[in-house]
Each structure stands twice: as C-alpha cells, then as structure tokens.
Write a protein that binds this ligand. Structure first.
Ligand code: ZN
Ligand code: ZN
Length: 276
C-alpha cells in the first residue's frame, strides 16, 4: 500500500562545524542533514556529519532508493558524505543533486574533488551502490516522483546555495539554509518561495544582536526567520544551523523568545521526527 505520510527527521542541525562540549548536547552536535519521507520516497537534504547515522539506519531497513540534495558543498554540509554506509551497498540506488555551481558535471566533479587524496584515502569509485549525479539550474522544479515536486531557488551565500521547497500530498516543507539577509530589508525571493508553507527550516545561525558583526558571513538570524515566516503565513518555523558555540541554555532561551513571537516556532533538535 502506498503511504501518504510526510515525515521530516533531523539528523544534524549544527552549522559551521561539528560541536561537542559540556553544556551543548541537548540539541545535538552533528551538522546539517534533514531527511524527508514523502510516502515511500526518501529525500535527504545535505550530508553533514548527521548523514552517517542516517546511513547506518538505512542499511538496517528495507529501503533501496533515495535522492540526496545539496544546498551547497561547504564542509558542514558534506562532512558525513564519505561515511554513508549505503554507498558501499549494491542494493542502493542513489541520486545526488546540486544546482549552485556552473559547468558540465558540476555535482559529480565537486564530489570527486572533495573525496580524494590527500584529503581522504579513497575516492567515490569504491562505492558499490548505483549512483547518479544530477545538475540543475536554480529555479528549476524537480519532479522527484510523480507525487513529489521540488521547487528550487538561489540563496544569498558565499559561492551560492540552493533553497528547496518540497510539495507532497497537499503539504509543503522548505529547506532554506545557508543564506544572509540584509538588515531592515525583506528578501522578496525567499518570502515568495516560502509562501504559506506548512513548515520552513531556516538558517538562524545568529541573533539580530550578533548580526552586525557577522552580516558578511552568509547567514541569517532567528528574528529574521520569524519576520519572514509570519509575513509568508508559514505554519511551523524550524530554527536551524545552530552556531557551533551555541550552548543548550542559549538555545533554550532562543526557543522561549521565538515562541512568544511565533507560537509555531521551534529550535530544531537532532533526532527529532515531525509529521507534516
Ligand atoms: Zn552551513
Ligand atoms: Zn555555507
């Protein structure tokens, strides 16, 4: 029987890099990796360090197909890539997608450049899964299956980045990280992209108070996420891409303050699964 469930599971919510220190464990230390299950289809967004744990779980289950979509290839979004067990298992069919680089075979070339000597002992040629690489142009709509549509948009980040909007069974979830806003100015591209979405996962690396010092780092704030989500009539806002140095106490306080501004908001916690 075909399932209509739309599930979102967070395998890593940190940005910048893996984080492990006393006082920062409640929300997890792994970097960006979000799994969306649309019925029987598995879509994965980014391959940060949390990607490894997802791989271990998939290897124990019955699934054989998935698609991995990169926002971009900064280390906090790709560091788990070489350790994903399904790559080494011939029952898996895996599509790998990106849209922020130009040139022929951009996705394949970036992966092969990342996973090679002297940075890693072996290259992707050791994988035994059936792997296909796909490039797209930002603003393309990707039909991941006949029941899933994935809209894309360009983000404001060093070297570029892609935001995704997954639509399935009348529901929509947006994955929008890493991106910088301009203080006092609404990003109209993102505003229309997330319009009336059921859930938006957004780059909230900084606070508005911290932002002036880091406005050129390519990231946004939880307050800007609230402003965008409220203006766009979004249901749930997931605060994502937590700073490496952010403590549990600080994230608890952000959760408390955000809830006052927007009751449907929450700080993304590694290991959490939500049904849309
Ligand atoms: Zn990042
Ligand atoms: Zn980045």
């Amino acid at each position: 029987m075909t399932s209509d469930a739309f599930l979102v599971r967070f395998w890593g919510a940190r940005g910048e890099g893996y984080s492990s220190f006393p006082g920062a464990s409640a929300y997890g230390g792994n970097t960006c990796c979000v799994e969306m299950r649309c019925g029987d289809d598995i879509l994965v967004f980014d391959a940060g360090s949390g990607f490894r744990m997802l791989g271990s779980e998939l290897c124990c289950g019955p699934d054989t197909r998935l698609n991995l979509f990169f926002s971009h290839f900064h280390y906090d979004h790709i560091s788990g890539f070489p350790f994903f067990a399904p790559f080494f298992c011939d029952r898996f069919q895996i599509g790998i997608w990106s849209g922020h680089l130009s040139g022929k075979n951009a996705t394949r070339n970036a992966i092969h450049d990342y996973m090679r000597h002297p940075f890693f002992p072996v290259g992707p040629e050791v994988f035994s899964a059936d792997i296909s690489y796909h490039d797209f142009t930002q603003t393309d709509v990707i039909a991941a299956s006949d029941r899933i549509s994935i809209k894309t948009c360009a983000l404001n980040h060093q070297g570029g980045g892609t935001g995704y909007r997954v639509e399935f069974n009348g529901k929509s979830v947006c994955y929008v990280t890493d991106t910088a806003h301009i203080a006092g100015k609404t990003d109209e591209t993102i505003l229309s992209f997330i319009e009336a979405a059921d859930m938006v996962i957004y780059d909230a690396t900084y606070t508005d108070e911290e932002f002036p010092e880091f406005s050129h780092f390519g990231h946004s704030t939880w307050e800007e996420g609230v402003r965008l989500c409220k203006a766009a009539g979004v249901g749930k806002f997931g605060i994502f891409h937590h700073r490496q140095t952010r403590t549990d106490v600080e994230l608890d306080e952000i959760a408390r303050l955000t809830k006052i501004e927007m009751p449907g908001s929450f700080v993304v916690c590694e290991g959490e699964t939500l049904e849309i």
